[in-house]
Design a protein around this ligand. Sequence first.
Ligand SMILES: *Cc1c(COP(=O)(O)O)cnc(C)c1O
Ligand code: SF4
Length: 343
Amino acid sequence: MITRSPADVQSVPLASSQERAPWQRQLAGIIRDPAELCRRLDLDPAWLPGAEAGHALFEVRVPEAYLSRIRPGDPTDPLLRQVLPLGEETLEVPGYLADPLQEAEHTPAKGLIHKYAGRVLLIASPSCAINCRYCFRRHFPYGENAPSRAQWEASLDTLRGDASIREAILSGGDPLAASDRQLAWLVERLDAIPHLKRLRIHSRLPVVIPERVDDALLGWLSATRLQKVLVLHINHANEIDEAVIAACARLKQAGVTLLNQSVLLRGVNDSVTALAALSERLFEAGILPYYLHVLDPVAGAAHFDVPDDQARELVAGLRQVLPGFLMPTLTREVPGEASKTPL
Ligand SMILES: *Cc1c(COP(=O)(O)O)cnc(C)c1O
Ligand code: SF4
């Protein structure tokens, strides 16, 4: 008979917990080099100096599963435009700021933002699986907001002590970049707060790495008594391939309500045709359009801006071709306001 030493017994679960899930392996192998991005997509080398300059300000991050939806050799591809840094990012444009939403002022506990009634936003993971060039958090001090367990307890105490809070929103970065072990731990604690009714997650991961929707994720999602809402972030119909549709179907089976928010972006989705195709494709995947945000004036993203008048015209045009339930609400985030502001 073989007897195992206590050390052996301990090493078994440790080894298995360090094993990476397929989505984590994809995340580890993400494209982070502008030259590789240009080479893989057959882009003219003339794009490289601009890509390097933008990358120096906000690094390139593109998962393989997202890259595979981009047309090689086409610098106008609407998905490429979201991830390829351009020289324009280095321009200083009046009114475009490092922290356009002034979030630095609303963090009572580390990793917690309470600006709106009844809802509290928790920064569950400091990083993202993809770096979107227009991101309003491109200058956010993520590193300072990656909470430890002790900091989580402080955030949880804030939630426990305020019965007006009915909804916890996991945000980031991308909250689903955190491990399932961490997320299960957190959601278990949220679940135990009696006045909380809803768990909302804002994530782009199921879109950019659909394998993220695996058994481990569905396990803790299915286990909670909280009502679950997942707000995806998709800007163009081409982002929704068969793998995304399959991931959404599994989420719906687990009782998750699926919504989508987009950002209105010049050169990506600034036409009635593109926006209508997006809404139609979202519904095919079982997702309802929620918000269409105008760009937050973040430094380095001015070249994505669509003027307000044009945004309103686009939405009026969209109303001509879509049923009401496929219409997103056009909004802007105004610092200091108690809600998103409809345009
Ligand atoms: C956008 C946002 C919310 C959620 O707003 P909804 O209108 O409920 O989607 C909550 N808290 C903060 C800080 C936000 O920026
Ligand atoms: S996934 Fe969201 S938070 Fe992350 S870079 Fe893109 S827009 Fe920003």
